[in-house]
Design a protein around this ligand. Structure first.
Ligand SMILES: *Cc1c(COP(=O)(O)O)cnc(C)c1O
Length: 358
């Protein structure tokens, strides 16, 4: 028996989506991005399923260590690099690779007494405005890394695209041009593309690509869902009806009495809420599937429950299955109804939600 709220994970779909990465980037090496518990899909399971990728990427050192401890033998890149000297030692100890993005990291690398050599990914900030060296700092950073006795050869070069999900935005072209101009003289492995880059910006495909969201079958583009891109969604979120009732005209539902019935209405209570990661911002009208019939959320999302309109599900009764996203209900659509992006919904699934592998 599954608990009321569970996430069903179609792990084989990861391999289908990986094949979709290879279509536009047949000769690129693939760094599969599995940070934040593989976007909520389970770090270790996802790593085990994505055999054959050239590296994994995580955000933090402890995520990389967890992968090593679970037996992942291949390359693991830590996208935020080390945040202190102790983490630098842990990277070396566990054979992890680091993105190097700031002068203070260069200083630390040069000062450290290390037994091994750290593989590094030198990050250039071409417009994201978060991590990375400026164009004018790049030659200095590259020189220091190349000469540092603690750094492995070759020094890889990378940047991150800020607006690649917007096909009209001129910024991506500017970022690509800046990266090219700054790095053209370095014949060393390079990487720029996230999922949106892979799917929409061919010039961003270099020696390596770094797919994240598309591996999970979800679109990086607003207004388009994964299936429209030939991807297979990996996660679906489910629960059950736990009450069915008819309320009278004028009765209100949920905290704040935000929704009031205009006429006598049949409604259901579902065991899912923001304590499971269902978004509290989801508005009345957000689609929900009851027995695979499309109906709608009404009233405010509580910690453990939501209420749904059952007017078009006359047969529905307690115990019946409910789908919150996945299946016939794209997570992209739910994200839109909750004024967020699918990334936050996927990685926001909480501990209470049982993961069920299909
Ligand atoms: C998260 C991340 C990615 C993957 O982005 P998606 O939009 O999920 O494909 C790639 N590169 C870096 C540096 C990231 O932080």
């Amino acid at each position: 028996m599954t608990p009321a709220a569970y996430a069903l994970l179609n792990y084989p779909a990861l391999r289908h989506n990986l094949a979709k990465v290879r279509e536009p980037a047949p000769s690129a090496k693939i760094m599969a991005v599995i940070k934040a518990n593989a976007y909520g899909h389970g770090l270790i399971e996802v790593a085990k399923t994505l055999v054959g990728v050239d590296a994994f990427a995580v955000a933090r050192v402890d995520e990389g260590i967890r992968l090593r401890q679970a037996g992942t033998a291949g390359r693991i890149v830590v996208l935020e690099g080390f945040t202190c000297g102790e983490e630098l030692q842990l990277l070396l100890e566990h054979g992890l690779e680091a993105v190097v993005h700031g002068v203070w990291q260069l200083d630390l690398l040069e000062e450290t007494q290390a037994a091994g050599k750290l593989p590094v990914w030198l990050k250039l900030d071409t417009g994201m405005g978060r991590l990375g060296f400026t164009r004018s700092e790049l030659p200095m950073a590259y020189r220091r890394l190349s000469r540092c006795h603690n750094v492995a050869d070759p020094v890889h070069l990378m940047t991150h695209l800020a607006n690649a999900d917007d096909l009209q935005d001129p910024k991506t072209g500017q970022q690509l041009a800046l990266f090219h101009a700054a790095t053209v003289d370095y014949s060393t492995p390079k990487t720029l593309a996230n999922s949106a880059g892979i799917l929409a910006w061919p010039d961003s495909i270099a020696d390596w690509v770094r797919p994240g969201i598309m591996l999970y079958g979800v679109s990086p583009f607003p207004g388009q869902c994964g299936r429209q891109l030939g991807l297979q969604p990996v996660m679906s979120l489910h629960s059950r009806l736990i009450a069915v009732k008819t309320i009278a005209a004028g009765d209100s539902v949920g905290y704040g009495g935000q929704w009031t019935a205009r006429r006598s209405t049949r409604l259901g209570v579902v065991a899912i809420g923001y304590g499971d990661g269902y978004p509290r911002q989801a508005k009345t009208g957000t689609p929900v599937l009851v027995n695979d019939v499309r109906t709608a959320l009404i009233g405010r999302v509580s910690m453990d429950m939501i209420t749904v309109d059952l007017e078009n599900c006359p047969e529905a009764r307690p115990g019946d299955p409910v789908t919150l996203w996945g299946g016939g209900l794209p997570v992209e659509e739910i994200a839109c109804c909750a004024d967020t992006i699918p990334y936050t919904l996927l990685c926001g699934i909480t501990q209470r939600v049982q993961i069920v592998a299909r």
